[in-house]
Design a protein around this ligand. Structure first.
Ligand SMILES: C[S@@+](CC[C@H](N)C(=O)[O-])C[C@H]1O[C@@H](n2cnc3c(N)ncnc32)[C@H](O)[C@@H]1O
Length: 219
């Protein structure tokens, strides 16, 4: 179990409440794994405040979400009563409480908040619960080119940092950064169909480089 409890505190204090679908997630799903109708089953790992839920419901997909924060899951069940039984509080590095045969598993910046061992364990289960031709899409997995990779403190392994006091990773516990070969090792059970490396340098105010991976994989 490698869920960082700091997330529950963030949500209790009404921080990190993102409610609009993330544009990269929408475009990757529409381009590479467009839901085909009511039989299409999608699981989101670490759904947070549910930013991506309305998008999948509008596509008519059967949506399931697992999220480590009981506080935010309680709020999501009230907000989306029609799918309340499919929104579960749990640590996806420990177990995934849904039976298999998903067409799609998605994760925007959630698995990348765990150390290498937890990520490996989670990906093994994801591989098992996907249909034979199912896809796993990862959006915003932080890259070692991100300027914050040099900040914080080393956690369980050389790719995982923690204890950020400032910036986008302040008070969220663990943050995992990947380079290409580490990512390929983590995803070795999957076929990588698309791999994009996104780097953004904000000039004003200068806050360094945001760098992250987006990928589409197939079982
Ligand atoms: C950066 S937020 C992203 C939330 C959402 N995916 C989005 O795009 O708005 C990361 C989320 O992953 C969840 N998370 C991180 N590690 C987890 C774990 N091991 N098990 C369950 N949830 C986890 C956190 O609680 C948090 O809600």
């Amino acid at each position: 179990m490698t869920f960082s409890q700091e997330w529950d505190t963030r949500f209790k204090e009404n921080n990190n409440i993102s409610i609009w679908p993330w544009s990269d997630l929408v475009s990757f799903v529409m381009r590479y794994a467009r839901p085909s109708g009511p039989q299409f089953r999608v699981l989101e790992l670490g759904c947070g405040a549910g930013a991506n839920i309305p998008f999948f419901l509008s596509m008519g997909a059967q949506y399931y979400g697992i999220e480590g924060s009981p506080t935010i899951i309680k709020r999501l069940r009230e907000k989306f009563p029609s799918i309340q039984d499919r929104l579960i509080a749990g640590d996806f590095t420990s177990s995934i409480p849904f039976q298999g045969d998903f067409d799609l598993v998605v994760d925007r910046s959630a698995v990348t908040h765990n150390p290498t061992a937890g990520i490996k364990k989670c990906l093994e289960v994801v591989h098992k619960i996907l249909k034979d031709d199912g896809k796993y899409i990862g959006i915003d997995w932080f890259s070692t080119l991100h300027s914050d990779y040099k900040e914080g403190k080393e956690a369980e392994d050389g790719f995982t940092r923690t204890s950020y006091q400032a910036g986008q990773f302040a008070n969220v516990g663990r943050v995992h950064f990947s380079d290409r070969s580490h990512l390929e090792e983590l995803l070795e059970k999957f076929s990588i169909l698309i791999l994009e490396h996104k780097t953004v340098k904000r000039e004003i105010p200068d806050n360094g480089i945001f760098a992250a991976w987006n990928f589409v994989t197939k079982k």
